[in-house]
Design a protein around this ligand. Structure first.
Ligand code: IPM
Ligand code: MG
Length: 357
């Protein structure tokens, strides 16, 4: 029996998470696995009912579960709340910190059927298979921050970017370990020409690299990396970078796969790992059944692989998605001329059907 905490959260988070659960249930049926799903409140949805974006019960549920499937947190409704009550800082960021989830894995794969779906030329994106390893519990996200009124009437704001050697070392090791099982190349992304934190990052990455003679290491400035990612993404295997750079570069890299709606993620490091689509709550399309459920469904596949070592089951989900895309079905974010438009639920119906054949 595998216990999964389900935290749908806000906006399209609720819609897509429900679809990922349907897919996991189908996999359970096909492979005779028993998954137990327990829902918890998080984000704005939790704030509205309990007054806090991360209720104690939710945290306890997470600690008592074997894995967490997360939807999304945030939306305009909660934007004016003080930082710690906002769904982002108070909800998902606190959850990552509380659970010690310092390693965020964001695989960017290009399904052959979607080579034409990207705004980039098919020749640029074809065959891309890269992995962004983003540090998730440090840097600007968690450093001291404040706002101060100055005597002249203006306002001063401070965000602090802190890292320690051990925080850098453990994330870089994750990247090297994974690269060793892939194409054997790590690109460490920093801004060492300007930032002290990046200079330490580069030193530590170089030192860790000596323990991995079979993996090559290159350093790349983040501005150059942003350019290289769309110019020649095929050069990358594993990218490792600090929290904020990883946030930005991963949204950008998702375009290679056709849409942010395809980008899944796994957050590891603590006893219980968390899986979530990288896309956020998308308030503009929430409640319209337009959202692409695939990022959440692929996050479910990562959950099976990383938390439960159910490799065949994870592969089954990925193959089902491949088949449905090959059959020409697309949600709105991926729609091209000549393809069949489907909504969130219809896309999932097709994937479930493919899993159960
Ligand atoms: C992500 C999201 C979050 C982040 C937001 C919702 C706080 O953009 O998971 O990439 O910045 O980490
Ligand atoms: Mg982001």
């Amino acid at each position: 029996m595998y216990k999964i905490a389900v935290l749908p959260g806000d906006g399209i988070g609720a819609e897509v998470t429900a679809q990922a659960v349907r897919v996991l249930k189908a996999v359970g049926r096909r492979f005779k696995r028993e998954f137990e799903f327990t829902e918890g409140l998080v984000g704005g949805a939790a704030y509205d009912t309990t007054g806090t974006p991360l209720p104690k019960e939710t945290l306890e549920l997470c600690h008592a579960s074997d894995a967490i499937l997360f939807g999304a947190a945030g939306g305009p409704k909660w934007d004016s709340l003080p930082a710690q009550l906002r769904p982002e800082a108070g909800g998902i960021l606190s959850l990552r910190k509380e659970l010690g989830l310092f390693a965020n894995l964001r695989p960017v794969m290009v399904f052959a059927a979607l080579e034409n779906a990207s705004t980039l030329k098919p020749g640029v994106v074809a065959g891309v298979d890269l992995l962004i390893v983003r540090e998730l519990t440090g840097g600007l996200y968690f450093g001291k921050k404040y706002r101060e009124d100055l005597p002249d009437g203006s306002i001063k704001v401070v965000d602090t970017l802190e890292y320690t050697t051990s925080e850098i070392e453990r994330i870089v090791r994750v990247a090297f370990d994974l690269a060793g099982k892939r194409k054997g190349k790590v690109t460490s992304v920093d801004k060492a020409n300007v930032l002290e934190s990046s200079r330490l990052w580069r030193e530590v990455a170089t030192a860790v690299g000596r323990d991995y003679p079979d993996v090559s290491l290159e350093h790349m400035y983040v501005d150059n990396c942003a350019m290289q990612l769309i110019k020649n993404p095929g050069q990358f295997d594993v990218l490792v970078t600090e929290n904020m750079f990883g946030d930005i570069l991963s949204d950008q890299a998702s375009v290679l796969s056709g849409s942010l709606g395809m980008l899944a993620s796994a957050s590891l490091g603590g006893r219980t790992a968390l899986y979530e689509p990288a896309h956020g709550s998308a308030p503009d399309i929430a409640g319209k059944k337009q959202a692409n459920p695939i990022a959440s469904i692929l996050s479910g596949a990562l959950l099976l692989r990383f938390s439960f070592n159910l490799v065949e089951e994870a592969g089954c989900i990925e193959r089902a998605i491949t088949d449905v895309l090959n059959q020409g079905y697309r949600t709105a974010d991926l729609l091209e001329q000549g393809k069949n438009a489907v909504n969130t639920v219809e896309m999932t119906d097709l994937i479930v059907k493919q899993i159960l054949v």
